[in-house]
Design a protein around this ligand. Structure first.
Ligand code: FES
Length: 165
């Protein structure tokens, strides 16, 4: 269930960034039906969807930048701001909350020094909250990237976080 290796992202400052975006559109499709997949692929490649990406996708698809931006901001899986190297999603649903999630959440905020939606100053973690991750039996739970960590306590948190550079 665990893979701490993060995929290397391409910077929007890369000299070929526009060509890469163009290729993603060509490979994924120019239709409105393909837009979410295009945005997902761009976010996977660059880490988030920037204004530059929105403008280029608009040029390639003839979908307005406003419409692309509204789609991108509607879906949680499509980040429109730069995120940390790892994304933590903390389960704030009741079953986790009542088995120690509340205390764990306070400890997490303390250890990261951030509020939900923020990225730690070292760029390591972005903290998001989420509803049930589907593994309530091992609550309290959080995921880091695609890895689920359960049965967490404030004491076990530092060891978990240390696995992600
Ligand atoms: S309520 Fe937290 S995983 Fe289900």
């Amino acid at each position: 269930m665990e893979n701490a290796a993060s995929q290397q992202k391409t910077s929007y400052d890369h000299p070929d960034a526009i060509d890469i975006i163009r290729d993603i559109v060509l490979e994924t499709g120019r239709s409105k039906e393909a837009l979410i997949a295009v945005l997902k692929n761009v976010a996977d490649r660059f880490g988030y969807i920037s204004n530059v990406a929105v403008q280029e996708i608009s040029r390639q698809t003839s979908i307005s930048a406003a419409e692309i931006f509204s789609v991108a901001t509607f879906y949680r899986m499509l980040p429109t701001t730069q995120r940390g190297r790892h994304v933590i999603e903390f389960c704030e649903s009741l079953p986790c909350h009542v088995v120690g999630g509340r205390e764990l959440y306070r400890a997490l905020l303390d250890q990261l020094g951030v509020q939900p939606g923020e990225t730690s100053p070292d760029g390591r973690f972005t903290l998001l909250t989420t509803s049930c991750l589907g593994v309530c039996e091992v609550g309290p739970v959080l995921s880091i990237d695609d890895n689920i960590h359960g049965n967490l306590t404030a004491e076990s948190l530092p060891d978990i976080l240390a696995r992600y550079e």
